[in-house]
Each structure stands twice: as structure tokens, then as C-alpha cells.
Ligand binder design. Structure first.
Ligand code: PEP
Ligand code: MN
Length: 337
């Protein structure tokens, strides 16, 4: 439910309605708008609730929140959310670009690529220290050592670090080094992980599960939001279909659809979305044309030698060209990059 307060409602009336919502076993969230205050009642919607709240002093009207996700819904919050982590801002006029290798390999590699990417306009550095690999025999990441290497790259460049956390018990450790906690596609429905990331308060990049519907995706985001962490970015990274010419199928209609349903910023990952390096720049351009607030792209000095995901990884030179093209598309859709 959303309780819309009258424009002249007093702070005491607002507080009273919030306390009433709490006493009914729901969580109140007060949202101060420029003209009016609204109070969201989060929890299971019960019959008769609107009738209970409507007569309250200072209340203008009570509206249901139709979406199953409440805090993520644009019904609850109309202004777009901008997630900030150091120099990385996602959801504003400027499109953010997070770039870097799939895996952190060694300190020299990550520091050197970070310098190049920063010079080419990236605002975030990606790199996995904990790698969720399909095969247990594949490289699993350097773990805490890898996090230290990322921290060294940040010290050199100031780039915000975006890195994956795979287990709830690792959240405090990864949060100590990272600026943004990435939740991988394979963990989108790991509810304890979502809650732990929510509790950390750190900005989160939530990747869509490869078989998840949009409602399931937004409900996963809701787990983080419901723990009091508003800093959630949604990342479309491709889904599994019958199609096999690409590693996954990248559905870009997700971008405007998510913008319609939610106030959270939307990032697109054309690397995992296609699995093929030559398809990455065109799909990056298409993502921006579709309204994406950010891109996350895999870049490596020598993709052939990359420890993981080399086939979908572009070189710094291809990244430079991609940025030039993306800048022009951004301008065409009244954004900057
Ligand atoms: C990654 O970003 O390297 C990754 C493993 O992504 P996803 O979870 O989308 O597969
Ligand atoms: Mn990868």
C-alpha cells in the first residue's frame, strides 16, 4: 500500500501514520517528495488495510502497490535511483562504463589494464577474485589475494572496484576491498547472499539469472532493498534460450521494460550476453540506444591468454573504438558517456 499524505500534513501526522503501519505488522517507508510525502506500507497486503489507513489525519488517499516487488517498483518511487560508488555513478545523465578482465590474474595485469581503461573513460574496474565456474576444474580465482590486487589497481587509478561475492560468509571480506558487490547470474536466487549484501549497505550489481523472469529478477533485487540497502543496480547479462549462435541471448527490451517497472538503474553486459568479442561493441551501442544506464564489459590486453572468458573479451584498442562509437550513440539519445 502507498499512503499519500496531504500536501499540508504535519510531521506529527506523518509519524502517526508510520507508527500505525508498524503496529499493523508492516514496515513503513517514508518518502519525502517535493510536494507531498508518501508512506509505503511494505509487507503482505491484507484485505481491509486501505479502509483502516484512509481515515487517518493528514491522509489524502491510499493506493495499492500492484507489483509483487514493492521497494523496487516505480509505483512506490518515481524519481530514478542513482547509485554512487566513488567516481562511479549509475542512473544519471552520464552513462557509466565498468570494464576489466573476467578474472584478476596478477597485480601487474590488473594495475596496467586499469590505467588504460581509466584513460579511455571507464569509471569502474571489474575483475573477478571469486569465480563461479561451470566446471570445478576451471580457474576459481585468486580469492582474497585477488581482492588485494584490485585494491592496488584502485590505489593507482581511483577507479571504483566491482567484484563478485559468491557466499554470504564472504560478504564482510569482499566488502572491505570492493566498492560494488557483484552478485552473479548463478547466485541471483541465493536469498541468503542477497540478504547479506543488503545488510552490508554496499552498492550492489545484481545480475539477472540466466533462466529468471523479470519478476523473479526484481524480487531478487527486493531482497537487497528490503534489508535497507537502496543502492541496487540491475544487470541484464543474457538468458538461456534454444538459440546457440551466441553464448546467451541478450534481450535488450529488458532495458526500457525495467525502466518502466522500476526506478533502479539498468546496466547491460554485452560480453556474457553474446560470448563473442566481435559482437560486444555493436551490442554495447544497441544497449545505449535502448536506454541503458551503464555497461559492464570484459577487456584484456591479450584475450587469447585470458584465464577465463577470452572468447568474449575485447582488447583495449577495441574498447577505445567502442567508447568512441558509444559516445555518439549516447549523444543521439540525449545522454553522455
Ligand atoms: C562475470 O561477470 O564474470 C560473470 C561470471 O558473470 P555472470 O554471473 O553474468 O555469468
Ligand atoms: Mn566472465
Amino acid at each position: 500500500m502507498i499512503v499519500v499524505m496531504k500536501a499540508d500534513a504535519t510531521p506529527a501526522q506523518i509519524e502517526h501514520v508510520a507508527a500505525h503501519i508498524q503496529s499493523l505488522g508492516m514496515k513503513p517507508q517514508v518518502i519525502q517528495g517535493t510536494h507531498q510525502t508518501v508512506i509505503a506500507a511494505i509487507g503482505e497486503e491484507r484485505v481491509g488495510l486501505a479502509e483502516t489507513l484512509e481515515p487517518g489525519e493528514g491522509v489524502e488517499k491510499v493506493l495499492p502497490i500492484m507489483a509483487p516487488y514493492k521497494r523496487a517498483s516505480s509505483e512506490l518511487k518515481r524519481e530514478r535511483t542513482v547509485v554512487k560508488a566513488r567516481g562511479l555513478e549509475v542512473g544519471g545523465h552520464k552513462i557509466a562504463v565498468i570494464a576489466g578482465p573476467c578474472s584478476v590474474e596478477d597485480e601487474e595485469q590488473i594495475v596496467s589494464i586499469a590505467r588504460k581503461l581509466k584513460a579511455l573513460g571507464a569509471t569502474g574496474l571489474r575483475g573477478g577474485a571469486f569465480k563461479p565456474r561451470t566446471s570445478p576444474y576451471s580457474f576459481q580465482g585468486h580469492k582474497e589475494q585477488g581482492l588485494k590486487m584490485l585494491a592496488a589497481a584502485r590505489a593507482e587509478t581511483g577507479l571504483a572496484i566491482v567484484t563478485e561475492v559468491m557466499a554470504p560468509e564472504h560478504v564482510p571480506m569482499v566488502a572491505e576491498y570492493a566498492d560494488v558487490l557483484q552478485i552473479g547470474a548463478r547466485n541471483m536466487q541465493n536469498y541468503q547472499l542477497l540478504q547479506a549484501v543488503g545488510d552490508s549497505g554496499k552498492p550492489a550489481l545484481l545480475k539477472r539469472g540466466m533462466s529468471a523472469t523479470i519478476d523473479e529478477f526484481l524480487l531478487a533485487a527486493e531482497y537487497i532493498l528490503d534489508r535497507g540497502n537502496p543502492n541496487v543496480m540491475l544487470c541484464e547479462r543474457g538468458i538461456r534460450t534454444y538459440e546457440d549462435h551466441t553464448r546467451f541471448t541478450l534481450p535488450l527490451a529488458t532495458v526500457p521494460y525495467l525502466h518502466e517497472k522500476s526506478h533502479l538503474p539498468v546496466v547491460v553486459d554485452p560480453s556474457h550476453g553474446t560470448g563473442k568479442s566481435r559482437l560486444v561493441p555493436p551490442m554495447a551501442r544497441a544497449s545505449i540506444a535502448a536506454g541503458a544506464d551503464g555497461l559492464i564489459v570484459e577487456v584484456h590486453e591479450d584475450p587469447e591468454q585470458a584465464a577465463s572468458d577470452g572468447a568474449q573479451t575485447i582488447t583495449p584498442d577495441a574498447f577505445r573504438q567502442m567508447m568512441e562509437q558509444c559516445r555518439r550513440v549516447a549523444e543521439a539519445v540525449d545522454r553522455s558517456l
